[in-house]
Design a protein around this ligand. Structure first.
Ligand code: PXP
Length: 244
């Protein structure tokens, strides 16, 4: 059974909408681990739109499973990761204007740049995973970079507009996972996975870990709504009764 890493970025997105302190992604991480998550994932973006340094620092102290820091392969982020020492760094491409990570890292073009950077992280005992499209050349390049793992981008599979397209994308993921495993890389997958499309991905036996964020946070907001509203009504009623 693949492990589950829960990405709590979007708990921080709600917090940042008001600029206050709640909901705290750290509390969400604690509950996710209590519920059985194998690890916690956060993406510290250059624009700090959701996760902040403070979140990463507290998470490093309290996460008992794997702490996976998603980060752009920049000098600033490498410096931060080497101080934080997450269990794993997942290198992702980052564009300022994107709503979310739009595609895999171009490892083929960036091999000379990425190799020493990966080495620096590994020297600090941080395992390095590269977020890549299900593309044979990218996976071979990840192996040449001496990465520990690849995370296969499942976004195009998740966004497929029809069954034919979904099959095509699924096959690419299956072949990518098989190649990654053959090369000795750990194979993970993520992006866009939800309650409808995850089971198909689980059938790919080479995939050891899934990283899922948006769909879990979305579900949490809805399944928690009833209790949240009831608690508020209870408080209002108690106040009314005490006032009588
Ligand atoms: N894996 C990577 C590398 C990502 O960048 C993201 C999004 O932050 C995820 C997994 C999770 O994607 P989603 O929020 O769509 O589940």
């Amino acid at each position: 059974m693949p492990r589950l890493g829960v990405n709590v970025d979007h708990v921080a997105t709600i917090r940042q909408a008001r600029g206050g302190s709640e909901p705290d992604p750290v509390s969400a991480a604690i509950i996710a681990e209590l519920a059985g998550a194998d690890g916690i994932v956060v993406h510290l973006r250059e624009d700090r739109r959701h996760i902040q340094e403070r979140d990463c620092i507290i998470l490093r102290q309290i996460v008992s499973g794997k702490l996976n820091l998603e980060m752009a392969p920049t000098d600033e982020m490498v410096k931060f990761a080497r101080t934080l020492k997450p269990d794993q760094a997942t290198l992702v491409p980052e564009k300022r204007q994107e709503l979310t990570t739009e595609g895999g890292l171009d490892v083929v073009s960036g091999i000379e740049y990425l190799k020493p950077l990966i080495g620096l992280l590994q020297n600090d005992r941080i395992s390095v995973s590269l977020f890549v499209d299900p593309d044979i050349d990218q996976i071979k390049a990840a192996d040449r970079c001496k990465a520990d793992a690849i995370e296969i981008h499942t976004g195009r599979y998740a966004d497929a507009r029809n069954e034919e397209e979904r099959e095509l994308e699924f096959d690419k993921i299956r072949m990518a996972a098989s190649l990654g495993k053959k090369l000795g890389l750990s194979v993970y997958a993520g992006h866009g996975l939800n309650y409808h499309n995850v089971q198909r991905i689980v059938s790919i036996k080479e995939i050891e870990e899934l990283n899922i964020g948006h769909s879990i946070v979305s579900r949490a907001v809805l399944v928690g709504m009833k209790e949240a509203v009831r608690s508020m009504i209870e408080l209002i009623n108690i106040k009314l009764l005490m006032g009588k």
